[in-house]
Design a protein around this ligand. Structure first.
Ligand code: ATP
Ligand code: MG
Length: 242
């Protein structure tokens, strides 16, 4: 479509770990302002997909385009500077640093940010995550699981990225906190960000996503609008416990 532009495009991507093939020629694309979800069970290759997009896992084959530039062989720190944020699985925040210091650490990913812009971004985080504002001096490691996940996302937003890639943000959290996280993802999109969301919680992910891809054993076996996939009998049986 003429009015949309593609932020991220993955073409025929394959990744091997030694003799093990983790991804076998997957292709996907994420357009400006979309929430795209990639769902799949344990070991399907979801984390590997994000790691290889952000330059953290070696690609055996395929091409990754970000904002029109071929980033297939680019170093991870340069990809970050281009505006790609990867919030990893398992909330890897800095446990010994305070909430505030974790946020500042996030801003260091983007050297073009001015002091004023960093201050604006901090204020933005306070609005998005009032719970973090209340705990600004507390050590990251002493936050609850849900708060740590929020801090991990917030730290990523501090680099003012164009795309936010989230690896299973709902993992291990109580249902009520999971709802908060998904609401937040919608808010982040409304702030103008593009989102690639990896999830095992297929029903929540598909219900907020514009489009989704289903990953099974390193291959994309289905794709479609979030609502269509939610209603699909095969998806229901395999991923929605129906
Ligand atoms: N560093 C590694 N060395 C060898 N094999 C790996 C490595 N990382 C992942 N794998 C394998 O690659 C496959 C895909 O793993 P990946 O972590 O991408 O799955 P996932 O979909 O994120 O699963 P989960 O939902 O459990 O996080 C798995 O079979 C896994 O064992
Ligand atoms: Mg994973």
């Amino acid at each position: 479509m003429a009015d949309k532009h593609t932020v991220l495009k993955v073409e025929n991507l394959s990744v091997n770990y030694g003799y093990i093939s983790a991804l076998e020629g997957i292709s996907l694309h994420v357009d400006q302002g979309e929430i795209i979800t990639l769902i799949g069970s344990n070991g399907a290759g979801k984390t590997t997909t994000l790691m290889s997009i952000s330059g953290l896992a070696a690609k055996a084959e395929g091409t990754v385009w970000f904002k029109g530039e071929n980033i297939t062989k680019m170093a991870p720190d340069r990809i970050v500077k281009m505006g790609m944020c990867h919030v990893p699985e398992g909330r890897k925040i800095f446990p010994a640093l305070s909430v505030y210091e974790n946020l500042i650490a996030g801003s260091l990913g983007n050297p073009s940010l001015t002091k004023n812009r960093i201050q604006e971004l901090i204020e933005e985080q306070y609005r998005l995550f009032p719970r973090l504002k209340e705990r600004i001096g507390q050590a990251g490691g002493s936050l609850s699981g849900g708060e740590q996940q929020m801090l991990a996302i917030s730290r990523g937003l501090m680099m003012d990225p164009d795309i936010v890639m989230l690896d299973e943000p709902s993992l291990g959290l109580a249902p009520i906190i999971v709802e908060d996280i998904f609401e937040l993802i919608l808010k982040i999109r409304d702030m103008g960000k593009t989102i690639l969301l990896i999830e095992q919680n297929a029903s929540m992910a598909l219900s907020i996503a514009d489009r989704g891809y289903v990953l099974e054993n390193g291959r994309i076996i289905m794709e479609g609008k979030g609502r269509e996939l939610l209603a699909d009998p095969k998806v229901k049986a395999a991923y929605l416990g129906a």
